[in-house]
Design a protein around this ligand. Structure first.
Ligand SMILES: [Ca+2]
Length: 188
């Protein structure tokens, strides 16, 4: 082997060595990419599972909201609700359980049955043959499914279309022939 042939052989050997190193580096890179791809697939799968769980939860929450969305009762539903509900049986006590308590408890009981009824409080001037008297009272109201406005006396299971029919049944109002509502607030 002459000198030129030796140089050629050495050059080829070096070239082959460089090619080997490059192919080794590429193989390592491919392996790393495969690992990264696998991790990404795993993460994608985890995210898809989380999304499915979240969508399930959303569907369940929507069902709960539908169940608890308050509705306007029909007159018959309101009568039936009052008949079954026991708020009117609570004992009146001037010190601890008065009209505001009946009205508050009836509103809460109606809400648990899915009905939207209001809490109403009024200050009233009543006119009797013995003179005028100012008093306050709390009761409930509802807008029926057919749009009619009614008022409810929660201590008597009474439904009326005119507030005066409730005021006439209060202790200070029973002797009055007419009423003037001075202030009124209604909470739905
Ligand atoms: Ca009742």
């Amino acid at each position: 082997m002459n000198r030129e042939e030796k140089i050629l052989l050495a050059t080829i050997s070096i070239g082959l060595a460089i090619l080997f190193i490059i192919s080794l580096a590429l193989a390592i890179q491919v392996s790393e990419l495969k690992s990264a791809n696998l991790a990404l697939s795993k993460r994608t799968s985890e995210l898809e599972n989380s999304l499915t769980a979240l969508l399930d939860e959303k569907r369940q929450m929507e069902a709960v909201v539908r169940r608890y969305r308050l509705s306007r009762p029909t007159l018959e539903q309101l009568q039936m609700f009052l008949w079954i509900d026991a708020t009117n049986w609570n004992s009146y006590s001037p010190d601890s359980y008065v009209c505001i308590n009946y009205a508050k408890d009836l509103k809460e009981a109606a809400r648990l049955q899915g009905y939207n009824i209001s809490f109403i409080v009024v200050n009233v001037k009543g006119y009797s043959y013995y003179g005028g008297i100012t008093f306050g009272h709390a009761f409930n109201g509802a807008i029926l499914a057919d749009g009619r406005r009614v008022y409810i006396e929660p201590s008597k299971d009474l439904i009326v279309f005119d507030i005066e029919d409730i005021l006439k049944r209060t202790e200070p109002g029973r002797l009055c022939y007419s009423f003037k509502i001075l202030t009124m607030a209604e909470v739905w």
